[in-house]
Design a protein around this ligand. Sequence first.
Ligand code: NAD
Length: 500
Amino acid sequence: MLQTARPEADIRREPKLWIGGQWVDPIDGEMGQSIDPSTGAVWAEVAFAGPKDIDRAVAAAREAFNGPWRKMLPWERAAILRRLADIYKERAPDLAVLESRDTGRAIREIRGEFANHHHFWQWFASLADKLDGRAVSVDPAVHAFTSRLPVGVVGAITPWNAPMLTTIWKIAPALAAGCTVVHKPAELTPVTAFELARMMEEAGIPAGVYNVVPGYGHIAGAHLVAHEDVDKIGFTGEGATAKEILRTGAHTLKRFSFELGGKSAHILFDDADFDQAMNAAVGSSFAVCGQSCALGSRILVQRGLYERVTGEFPGRAGKVRVGMPLDPETHMGPQSNIKQLEKTLSYIEAGHADGARLIAGGNRITTDGMANGYFVQPTVFADVTNEMKIARDEIFGPVVSLIPFDTEEEAIGIANSTRYGLCAGLWTRDVSRAHRVAAQIEAGTVWVNTYRYIRWALPYGGMKASGWGRENGVEALDSYLETRTTVISTTGQFPDAYAS
Ligand code: NAD
């Protein structure tokens, strides 16, 4: 039988918060634990912040905003961020191991992802000294121009599924814009943020520019959101949490950007390149153990291909090697936490109850040393209709729905018949159809003959209930900037309104 508790010496400890460039004891926080989802055992103990710790972090961020970070020349800020990118690139392999422990994601997948993270830092560093405004021609009697100013102190609240990536998507544009940050990582996966703090210090980021205060959402997160001296919240997580955040922060009228869930349609037309489309459809079903907002979890298959797709999918799903996250042979690790395991299993039940046809997986895995972990088989339901629960809700597990359709119009209708609008994909060899269909999909990103192609330069985010605003691209930078319009009279004349 596997142990449920690790020997004390094996437990990683991060007993202090990173505030104002110092490692400090929590004032009213506590020690929290991170569970290794492959064993169910505690693998790390981490300082969690309380409200007073959040106050202290916000004060430090404000001081840094009014002080060194704001006063620094833009090219100096850019140089520091480039240094951070270099340090990050060097540390990425070690950081990947920590993220694998925290999230349970397979190391081979995480290494691949982390090998690209430095590009995000580099790309935003390259924008830090290009925050130009523009001259606006209105009238020769005035010289009008705009300037771009940092929003101020940013509260970054991040989720557990891709802790570092969702962190970089906020912190890189925020720092490039000249903002300072109080970061509250997810309580379930707080470890990598501490390493990021160490890298920031090494890169020469001034004290207080980046502060790390993990903790519970309803305590540390809520206090950060309600704080009068926080100018913006950048959030990734669930829609229900975003609504709660809006309620909590409404009285402050701060800015919000939200990256929320998805239930993306992945449409396979009859004329698709079958093998490539299957590679993408299977890959985007089970990546990140199904715990990614971008996955094509509703696979819409045109009738002419349907039998072939349902025939081939089980064999392809069966080739996904589920196992221990740090085993380099493992494709897919466990679900990241027990709550998510229970949620995924409940949706498998719902699929059965609604009459979908299970063609692969469908069970928790408890063999081969996985008994105490949160492992689930790659699961495929066929003959799903868009009304079924498994087709409507974001499951966030390795459970995918195959939905047949006949016409292009029907596919577009099904794709858009969801409250979400994050991503979509379509496979066709007909270039006219590609443009025609892509133009009608209500989603922040549409991929044609590819899937999950996400890059630093490409705006990413959701329509409808999938979010507010965009991360990545220059649009992300915009969301951490205010525009000031300055109007200067070239005549110095101002008429007396009451002269006659
Ligand atoms: P979550 O909403 O439960 O938690 C996210 C963060 O919010 C955590 O740090 C949590 O502590 C904090 N939080 C919780 N309650 C809070 C409150 N009342 N006030 C302030 N903060 C609070 O989300 P999760 O389960 O960690 O993440 C999974 C979700 O994130 C999924 O819905 C997924 O689709 C979404 N996601 C979206 C994207 C995207 O780019 N669109 C990327 C990754 C994940």
